[in-house]
Design a protein around this ligand. Sequence first.
Ligand code: CA
Ligand code: CA
Length: 584
Amino acid sequence: MRDRVPFFAVLFLGLLLAGAGVAAAAVSGNTLTIVPVAGTVDNPVGATHAGDGSNRLFVMERPGGIRIYKNGQYLTTPFLNIRSLIPCSGSSCPGERGLLGLAFHPSYETNGFFYVSYTRMDGDIVLARYHVSTNPDVADAASALPLLTIEHSAQSNHNGGNLAFGPDGFLYMSVGDGGGGGDPFESGQSLNTMLGKLLRIDVDHGSPYAIPAGNPFAGATPGLDEIWAYGLRNPWRFSFDRQTGDLYIGDVGQGAREEIDFQAAGAAGGQNYGWDCREGKIAYNDTSDTVNNPPVFNADCPGRTFVEPVLDYPHSPECSITGGYVYRGRVSSFLTGQYIYGDYCSGKIWRTSASSSWTPTLISDTSFSISSFGEGENGRVYVADLASQTLQWIAVSTFADVPPTHSAWSEIEAIQTAGITNGCDATRFCPNNTLTRAEMAIFLVRGIHGPSFTPPAPTGVFADVPTTYWAAPWIEQLRADGITSGCATNPLRFCPESFVGRAEMTIFLLRARHGSTYMPPAATGTVFADVPASYWAASWIEQLFAEGVTNGCATNPLRYCPADTLSRAQMALFLARSFNLPLP
Ligand SMILES: [Ca+2]
Ligand SMILES: [Ca+2]
């Protein structure tokens, strides 16, 4: 025994034992940090993922590029480049025109189809399907199949254009009211135009698509068959809650109110959200009408039933809502299940939910020009900032001493989510503390048996681990599992407060992974410069490398540092890899 565990570590483990039967929820941390994504893109207007398990982020560039962010950087070659189809000059686009939407088919991994919407040269809105090429990081630009073209040449604003597949497998597309101000074309309340609407189509049937049978105006019912909901002004960004399927629409207002419209999953379509009779939760007095001659303001409003937004807010300094996402990131926090949205003009970001009666809570007052939010495959929520030409990541951290910028943040959060750790005290993980054998016993037993496992009462198997020792049940369970046979015999001892060495750790991890009788193949001595084949743990160390759990401690030449101890942060890394934990 070389040292004692620090007092607070003992304290934490006492806490941990007290709540040993409970899944990880003891920590009260949850600090929000907005972290820049490294690198810049050209006018980012959205980010999404392919749902193919690759965890790549696909970032929309307004002038017509789609960039892949992968392994910590943007790939130089765009996934898709359709700049020649879009009326932007370099990075400068007229009005609100440009690339508007991107959605991957729910079966993208097998069929390779994805969908984009954009304004073409004459201003009309195009929805087109593309296919990936033989290179998974590059699309086939020649594979375009136009699905829809919507006349929008008169005005350059209010295009909508967001795309998303619903939980029903149908493709939803938002379309603005045709632009100008005050809905001069009287689109919002008209069922005879796709402008000012949320559309729903079936891209898996028909040519080039079919109308889902449940669409509210399908077939003989008066109104365009594609319409799902109407009375929208510029539904620039909408999204589905990936867990519940609930639909959230951020509809940009005229001069007074910004609004969020909500549909619970499974709701029938046909909702009329009020524009241009209503703006947010107040009446809108229509003074713009170029359709009728002479103009007939608000003529289409009386007698209609409108679905009120669940939330609206006034102008100045706010002026334009940017709809976001319900947070479903892997780090459970105060954001979980909350709809995150922002305002383009003020840079403020809020959260809200039905459970809080749609009361908004400010979560960050940024300097961003928030063009869009985005959602990664692992549930990360991003903000696109036109001012800095960057994406920003809305991160929450469980432990006060492990911010998202910490090199082991992902792995520490992963073992917390998996119930392997509750931290070293009520708010911290103590990542730099040297790992003891007692702590390791708890980590491994929880990793093997799951977060709800409670080991049986100890019987005093080890001479240096009395039944009253704080980690005794876990240490004895580790022995019962065949992972450890102790540190010495006559009498049998465990050395609970000795630090764990990187060499012995390999044996613990591989037995935890493969079972107590596992034996690795013979060592070659050719993997690590500091681990000759004759080293007592060489076969275990080389096997851990072969399984991708360790990359060694240094390169040129590759070394393992078998005699070193390790920190709790380093152990988190080994545990996350050993137990194949999904990273947040
Ligand atoms: Ca009007
Ligand atoms: Ca119809």
